[in-house]
Design a protein around this ligand. Structure first.
Ligand code: SAM
Ligand code: SF4
Length: 330
């Protein structure tokens, strides 16, 4: 699949549920209304759509959400999709998770051929963790990480940089990740979805500023390492660990975008930062063969926009897109 700007689409991210057992302050409002269960694609339908994408050239699949591991029976989807790893059609099957359920599932994920996981942790301070996630417990996530490590999974920690909240913790996070053998990626807060009282202008910390600060303490060596995602990496000489920066606001990375995103209702977003979407649920349900579905996918890819234009400042203090990250799948 090649889009109008010559980019090969080889990466599908799938939000398997919009629900979550946390309520991170930058991601969700506390009183979120979730989709009625009847609106969701079944796990069998999700498998069908993912498999169609794999047939059309997707090499990397990431399950996300919401919290992917709170969807009931999600492991049967993972197990089913692992057949594409076995056949060689798919190169990587992976997840982004908040880690709360990882202790339960890590071993089975590894058994299914999952090799790497992204686990989101914004702080190593249990009180701050409770404040940021509203409902989360750091201990449980650390137990999950230990289980994942024991199962041989490679871990990348995702941390959203939050001004005045965790910007004093990066030295600690870097040291801890170095000790644990985890990579670390820092993400700028993106203007997605209404989150209630707080404003993202107050949370926004440009990573150019953070990077400048870190460079005073750590030796950051530029490296070519890429994971197929938008992060740009450096190696931290003192720990040997990799540190990635995802900078949707200070730097646009759209020119090398290789991905599209499917929601749990079968809506395909061709860009995280744009409203245009394609409905795949109707063609999926219209026929038992996948012809209509594949045609709809091709039509959607032909409409992939050039890029997003996220902006956070006092004049634009409202979400750039109305939907939350948990809907499109971060
Ligand atoms: N629940 C899982 C988790 O937290 O890892 C997967 C879904 S979550 C939406 C995926 C990633 O998006 C997390 O690393 C989270 O921190 C990030 N995220 C959520 N809302 C964001 C926002 N408004 N700006 C930047 N990153 C965001
Ligand atoms: Fe849930 Fe992940 Fe959003 Fe936090 S960032 S509320 S864990 S979906």
């Amino acid at each position: 699949m090649i889009d109008p700007f010559g980019r090969t689409i080889s990466y599908l991210r799938v939000s398997v549920t919009d629900r979550c057992d946390f309520r991170c302050v930058y991601c969700m409002a506390e009183d979120m209304t979730f989709l009625p269960k009847a609106e969701l694609l079944t796990l069998e339908e999700l498998d069908r759509v993912c498999s169609a994408f794999v047939r059309l050239g997707v090499k990397k699949l990431r399950l996300t959400g919401g919290e992917p591991l709170v969807r009931r029976n999600v492991m049967s989807l993972v197990r089913g999709l692992s057949r594409h790893l076995d056949s060689g059609a798919l190169e990587e099957l992976t997840l982004t998770t908040n880690g709360s359920q990882l202790a339960k599932h890590a071993a089975e994920l590894a058994e299914c051929g999952v090799r790497r996981l992204n686990v989101s942790i914004d702080t190593l301070d249990p009180h701050k963790f409770a404040a940021i996630t509203r409902w989360g417990k750091l201990d449980k996530v650390l137990d999950g990480l230990a289980a994942a490590k024991a199962a041989g999974l490679q871990i990348k920690i995702n941390t959203v940089a939050l001004k005045g909240v965790n910007d004093d913790e990066f030295d600690h996070l870097i040291t801890w990740c170095g000790e644990q053998g985890f990579d670390l990626t820092v993400i700028e807060v993106m203007p997605m979805g209404d989150i209630g009282g707080e404003t993202r202008v107050d949370q926004y910390l440009p990573l150019s500023v953070l990077r400048g600060r870190l460079a005073q303490k750590w030796t950051l060596d530029e490296i070519d390492y890429r994971t197929g995602g938008p992060a740009r990496y450096v190696r931290i000489k003192e720990t040997g660990g990799r540190l990635g920066f995802i900078t949707p606001l200070t730097h646009n990375f759209c020119e090398s975008c290789n991905r599209v995103r499917l929601t749990c209702t079968g809506t395909l977003y061709m860009c995280l930062g744009q409203e245009d979407a394609a409905d795949l649920r109707a063609p999926l349900r219209q026929s038992e063969s996948d012809e209509l579905l594949e045609t709809a996918i091709h039509e959607a890819i032909a409409r992939k926009p050039k890029g997003h234009d996220f902006i956070i400042d006092r004049r634009h203090n409202r979400p750039a897109v109305g939907r939350h990250m948990s809907v499109t799948g971060g």
